[in-house]
Design a protein around this ligand. Sequence first.
Ligand code: ASP
Ligand code: MG
Length: 417
Amino acid sequence: MESRYTYNPSMPLVVQKYGGTSVADADRIRNVARRIVDTYNAGNHVVAVVSAMGKGTDELLSLAGDVSQTTYPRELDMLLTAGERITMSLVAMAIQDLGVPAMSLTGSQAGILTTGRHGQAEILEIKANRVREGIEEGHVVIVAGFQGVDPDTKNVTTLGRGGSDATAVALAAALPADLCEIFTDVDGVFTADPRVVDDARKLDEVTFEEMLELASAGAGVLMPRSVEFGRRFNIPIHVRSSFHEGDGTWVKEETMEQAVVRGIAHDVSEAKVTVYGVPDTPGVAASLFEPLASAGVNVDMIVQNVSQDGLTDISFTVPSASADLARLEAEAVASAVGARGVSIDDTVGKVSVVGIGMKTESGIAARMFRILSDEGINIEMISTSPIRISCVVSQEAVDAAVEALHAGLSVGQVSVS
Ligand code: ASP
Ligand code: MG
């Protein structure tokens, strides 16, 4: 069967991204190929970004750990990018089996230029000529997600876990595409994690701003950086299931209704570090957080207690994966400034409520605190943005907190009073 289409500049261009679960085995890869071909036959040019098959990235990481106890960032990136290369070539084969021309490209071949920071590289620019040429030759182009190349050193880099989302949205912005579809193993973005809240609902739409807050607060469905690209270049993102045809969630600039609370996110992957008895003098916070920043530790919430006798306690949260590093840095600073000591608590969790309508509706924080108090849940730290309120609570209370807040806060309503 020959393909019915060749290049037609008036046809829409769609970037699709398929995550690991959607390409986990040969059958699913053939299913993905069929969806791509359906999109192509419906009259769209398609560029598809793919992730490593199933838990492929985790398996490569553990293989590296079996071979060596030392982390070699350059070689680790080289290794991890192999996961996406396996998928891209298999998908390109399955598409050609269906009679449609297809070709695969690595991130570097696709012109994805990044900083040199291995494991956490940022996309600087996409020179998408080769992708465009592929499309103009009438191909479906498959691009390996999560990877790029540092143009100065020519080293291959990766974009951080979940990075294929960023590849897809950035590529959609660079081409430019008319639309970016993120195909995943859930039906879309939910009002809360459906594994925790039975009556969590799929959202039809959510603003970039809200999605950025939800994703940064632990909603794993999209990588935060991909949402930033979407917002910056105004690329609407459709998050949808790869297993059925139904509509998912649209992430876009504006939504029809401005919910006061759009959704609730939670995160149990943070740890709380407390530095005790820090002299309360100018410059102490800087001397604590500067070395953490240089060490690449991503600090989330910070709370400084009331000072007594010239001494204060400073607590902050970091990703659990950086907790050991954060403790080492904090201990060095503590002894340098004469603080009493450092403790670390890995059993904390964070619940966040997010909604664009909070900008105009007051009293949400008070309602949130009352609901948590009625559940007997103690709040350890609080932080806010204009459209988000987050509380750190004990990890074992997180599920109960999410359920109670979902039930008590009229999630999705334009007014909560
Ligand atoms: N395969 C990478 C990961 O597991 C990138 C991605 O799936 O988006 O994090
Ligand atoms: Mg993902």
